[in-house]
Design a protein. Sequence first.
Length: 70
Amino acid sequence: MKKLELKFLNEDDKVVTISLDEPTEPADPALVNAAMDAIIAQNCFYSSGGDLVKKKEARIVERNIFTVEI
């Protein structure tokens, strides 16, 4: 399963991650950047370290799980 991780810094300079399942690929950097700007501007998420104040990074992460029969 793939996820789009949007990473921000909060007022305490700690990393806060917002994960979205099944992102559209290839990711459009301009749209991701605009979405992150909107999240910061609208102050729509709260973290224990305060408001989100700065973009850190965005990335697509893929996780593969393989069951081992025992």
